[in-house]
Structure formats: C-alpha cells, structure tokens
Design a protein around this ligand. Structure first.
Ligand code: URA
Length: 234
C-alpha cells in the first residue's frame, strides 16, 4: 500500500479537508505507528494510522452492495429529491473521490446497486466491453408478444435515437406480463426502453443480480460492505 501525505490521507478517507488537517494533527488526533505526528507533509501508510484512536476506515477503498429501495435517485445532486446517498454514512461521501454508484437505477427501480470509491472498478464494471451480466425481474402492463425471446437474443433490436442495436440479451418469460431479462450493457433506461419498443410499458423493475452479486439477506435500504477485488488499485 502506498504512503500518502497525512493531509492528503485524512482528506482521501473523508475525515477532514486538507486545509483542516493541520489543526487535527496539532490537536494530537492522529497517530502514526502509535506516535502523534505534527506535520501535514509527513507521509504514512493508511493502515499504520489511527484517528481519534480508531484505524482508518476501509483503507483499501470501499465497495458496497446496497439493496436500493424505490423512491431514491442515484445522483449526488441534492436538487433531485431524496437520494441513495441520504441513507449511507456521511463520511463515505466525504471520501475523495466520494463513494459513487456503479451505474444507476431509476428512482422507481429496486434491487442490487453497487457503490465504490475506486474509479477503476466503476470503469471495469460499467463498460460494455467487460460484459458484466445484470439480471432484471420485469412486470409490464400489456401482454408480452410472441417472438420477444428471439428478438432480444438477436442483437438487432434498435432503440429510438441510437445508432447501434442492443447486444444480445437473454429473456425468460415467467408469465403473460412477467419476465426475467439478462443484459450486459447499461444504456439509459435500457430495460424500460427495450420493452416499451415492443408495446409493453414496464410497471415494475427489480435488479436481482449484478455480476456475481445478489441481495441475499439484504432488506430494501440495507447494505453490506464487500471485500475490494484483490486486483483493484489501492
Ligand atoms: N433499465 C432501466 O430502464 N431502468 C433501470 O433502472 C435499470 C435498467
């Protein structure tokens, strides 16, 4: 793990701003290898640092699995109403970079949402190149037409305003208005637009899996901190 200047370290992990760090150090709140340190330019490995007697939280970066409830938006913009960040620990947002969702779910969509402060993971898990499968449980308001499984699997479905067809997607029909869809992309409102393009407006959307992660044991609004992947940058 890399050494960081103490002012940068306190800011990186959300304790205080770089400019506030001097006062934190002066007050003796920060120990490195058990001894108080006074200079913000001194360097330390995060796992050797105690702040107010406690180890640095999540020094390898944060990866979180949230069961997103309905009614919250996935944005850092406070102006758009209640957000998923309102239900997470405030210090996670003060990290630098802040914890942010890996892709987004619509306000009315529920289910698996991953969040991280590791930019490399966001890129790797949202890029269509990496084909991370995402599984959705879908309810629509009109009868699902015949031929939908083949159409979605064909890789020819064009969505309005786009110049490339959707990648092949696996559709399982569960009932006349219910289905399960696996996609490997994350286009804007993709699942709703795929069904709407065939005359079937989506009335309920729940993501039950993202890659290897599902909601086992998590009620809506609950989250679990996951181990960061061993090959993620530290
Ligand atoms: N597709 C959508 O249309 N909405 C979501 O929230 C996720 C995928």
């Amino acid at each position: 793990m890399k050494q960081l200047r103490l002012d940068a370290l306190l800011s990186r992990f959300g304790y205080c701003s770089r400019s506030e760090a001097r006062a934190w150090l002066k007050a003796g709140r920060v120990l490195v290898s058990g001894a108080p340190v006074k200079s913000p330019s001194d360097k330390a490995v995060p796992t050797n640092v105690l702040v107010d007697g406690e180890p640095i939280e999540h020094p390898h970066g944060l990866l979180v699995l949230l069961h997103k409830p309905a009614g919250l938006v996935c944005t850092h913009d406070e102006g758009e109403g209640p957000t998923i960040y309102d239900i997470l620990p405030p210090r996670w947002l003060q990290r630098n970079p802040p914890v942010t969702s890996i892709g987004r779910l619509d306000k009315d969509t529920t289910g698996v949402l991953l969040l991280t402060d590791l930019g490399e993971i966001v890129h790797r898990w949202t890029s269509p190149k990496h084909k991370v499968p995402k599984l959705y449980e879908v309810t629509v308001s009109a009868e699902l037409p015949p031929g939908l499984v083949d159409l979605f699997a064909s890789g020819t479905l064009m969505l309005e305003g786009e110049d490339k067809p959707c990648l092949p997607a696996k559709l399982e029909i569960l009932g006349t208005r219910e289905a399960r869809l696996e996609i490997t992309e994350g286009r804007y409102h993709q699942v709703k637009r795929m069904f709407a393009s065939q005359g079937c407006p989506v009335v309920r959307l729940h993501r039950s899996r993202f890659g290897e992660f599902d909601l086992a044991g998590l009620a809506p609004g609950e989250w679990r901190v996951l181990a960061t992947p061993p090959d993620s940058p530290r």
